[in-house]
Design a protein around this ligand. Sequence first.
Ligand SMILES: NC(=O)c1ccc[n+]([C@@H]2O[C@H](COP(=O)([O-])OP(=O)(O)OC[C@H]3O[C@@H](n4cnc5c(N)ncnc54)[C@H](OP(=O)(O)O)[C@@H]3O)[C@@H](O)[C@H]2O)c1
Length: 275
Amino acid sequence: MAKTVLITGCSTGFGKLAAQKFSGEGWNVIATLRSPEKAPDLGELPNTLVAKLDVTDPGSIKGAVGEGLGKFGSIDCLINNAGYGGRAFFEQASVASIDAMYGTNVFGVMNLMREVLPHMRKQKSGSVINVTSMAGMIGVPGNSVYSSTKWALEGLTEALYLEYKSLGIRMHTVAPGAYVTTSFGDNTDDFLDTGDDQIREASKKMRENFERIINQGDPQDPSEVSDLMFKLATEGGPVHNPVGADAQMLSGLINGAADREEFVRAAEQMLTPQE
Ligand SMILES: NC(=O)c1ccc[n+]([C@@H]2O[C@H](COP(=O)([O-])OP(=O)(O)OC[C@H]3O[C@@H](n4cnc5c(N)ncnc54)[C@H](OP(=O)(O)O)[C@@H]3O)[C@@H](O)[C@H]2O)c1
């Protein structure tokens, strides 16, 4: 019998690519998104149910999970992909924007798992893939709040791997490096123009340095991320999964350093503007 995946944030980017990949490989797909009118082509994919789901709205999660189970009978893999970034020095980000980012990137993931895990427990099998980021492996200056949401997911997923293993459920993170997805830029909360002169100036310098590093090299192919999701769902693999040449290089630097402090000193040279 075909297996079923539920994916959040399928309007664009990795979520849409994942829906296409799993459907193409013969899986049933519950492709969820906040605004189904944004991606009418999803409904044309074979074995795909398009369902409206906002990860911050428990009612919509219950509705989409119920619809998916009603149609396909099981959920074998949950991909928590929905999320967004934000550029700011910490003091530039408003309290409301921080709450909102945690609401989506962290509590949204918990909301989905709370709804889906009981079904996986009943069937004694399943896997959860939480999309984190290279920013969940290193504290990224000028992106501290986003970085902290992805670190939270890395820790949460590692703990859940240990909690749920004996119940037959696998847990993974996928930590992409920098990919030009269709609309990652549009889903970014920017606060670079707020705050006093000192903060704005420091923030601008930090950002310019960061963009210079990020824009080095050729663009990476975002289907690397959806291919890895599929591999983890079908074959399993490690808990933490950096993806992309940049994320893998970073992982190598972290693992190659004598300790975290040595790594932080190397990161300081690279990520902070040198006078
Ligand atoms: N691209 C990169 O370089 C990169 C690197 C590391 C990690 N990531 C992570 O990868 C994931 C996917 O990002 P992407 O690059 O594919 O960007 P994207 O194209 O902007 O996709 C983000 C998706 O999240 C959805 N979303 C945002 N808030 C939501 C909510 N409250 N409920 C449901 N869906 C919501 C968006 O829906 P709407 O269309 O409705 O806004 C969109 O479908 C994110 O978690 C991001 O942090 C991306």
